[in-house]
Ligand binder design. Structure first.
Ligand code: NAD
Length: 295
């Protein structure tokens, strides 16, 4: 079998971002510039890189971006006040609180203070519930990016057996809901799953969202499987490595995402799409007129 083909998240994300920029241009022509606010607390170097990338991508798409950088010792009350102020600001359509927050802060309370219609990470209980109920809402960016990547490569989801490794609120659980909504058969595996390899062997599509470098081995895969590697881990050599052993997995897979350059860039692209969606909805502009699908 020839080695699996690469699902190029970088190129696909660029295509999504071009579409979003075109949608933003059309929305602005009707008087609304999409506005994204990013809140960053403390000095975590990885978080600073993520926030810089999001800021740049949103600016490139024609959005108004404000990044609030707050000191590590910011109190819960002060952080909540910033989130509420942004929640009341009509020029802000999307609010993103970069996680993780410093340990003395209650991240859940902060996230839940974001108004649901500005919750572009899709993490408030309202959006979690809307997704579970199959109703329109803002979807978490990483799982939405997984689905968008498959769609843009025209790879089928309906009727496929999707095995998701990881059950976090950020990735695994919402992805399972999105895949169910697309009529996939879904298996969710996690840290207490017995015989993970056997589950993966039954998958048409394997999604790894665990945080353990190279956990998923090539011989766990059915020949011809599709592999989405959400994991971002820092290897001993300082390089980024996914949750899938890429070289052995590529021998078996029909399609596979690399790390970096796979799901990571798709996540940022979907953040922009969510912000455009939220801006369009707040100004009453039909989503389809901006190239956005109704959900
Ligand atoms: P998490 O720590 O919240 O969840 C990890 C999940 O993996 C848990 O549900 C746990 O049950 C499961 N797990 C742990 N050990 C396991 C094992 N041995 N076998 C099977 N399952 C096991 O992590 P998360 O926030 O979902 O992130 C997962 C990975 O994805 C991390 O590497 C993170 O950096 C990465 N991530 C990437 C993006 C992106 O944009 N590409 C976004 C979010 C997270």
């Amino acid at each position: 079998m020839p080695p699996g083909q690469i699902l190029d998240g970088k190129a696909t994300a660029k295509a999504v971002r071009t579409d979003v920029a075109e949608g933003a241009r059309r929305l602005q022509a009707q008087g609304t510039q999409p506005g994204l606010a990013v809140v960053l607390v403390g000095d975590d170097p990885a978080s600073h890189v993520y926030v810089r990338n999001k800021d740049r991508a949103a600016t490139d798409a024609g959005f108004a971006v404000q990044t609030r950088r707050l000191p590590a010792e910011t109190s819960q009350a002060d952080l909540l006040a910033v989130v509420r102020e942004l929640g009341d600001d009509d020029a802000v359509h999307g609010i993103l609180v970069q996680l993780p927050l410093p340990k003395h802060l209650d991240a859940d309370e902060v996230v839940q203070a974001i108004p649901a219609h500005k919750d572009v990470d899709g993490l408030t209980l309202a959006n979690v519930g809307l997704l579970a109920a199959g109703r329109p809402g803002l979807r978490p960016c990483t799982p939405a990016g997984c689905v968008e990547l498959l769609d843009r490569y025209q790879l089928p989801i309906e009727g496929q057996h999707v095995v998701i490794v990881g059950r976090s609120m950020l990735v695994g659980k919402p992805l399972a809901q999105l895949m169910l909504a697309r009529n996939a058969t879904v298996t969710i595996c996690h840290s207490r799953t017995q015989d993970l390899a056997a589950h993966c062997q039954r998958a048409d599509i394997v999604v790894a969202a665990v945080g353990i470098p190279k956990l998923i081995q090539g011989d766990w895969l059915r020949p011809g499987a599709i592999v989405l590697d959400v994991g971002i881990n820092r290897g001993e050599d300082g390089k980024l490595v996914g949750d899938v052993d890429f070289d052995s997995a590529r021998e078996r897979a029909a399609w596979i995402t690399p790390v970096p350059g796979g799901i990571g860039p798709m996540t940022i692209a979907m953040l922009l799409a969510n912000t455009l969606r939220s801006a369009a909805e707040s100004s009453g502009v039909p989503l389809d007129s901006l190239g956005l699908a109704a959900r």
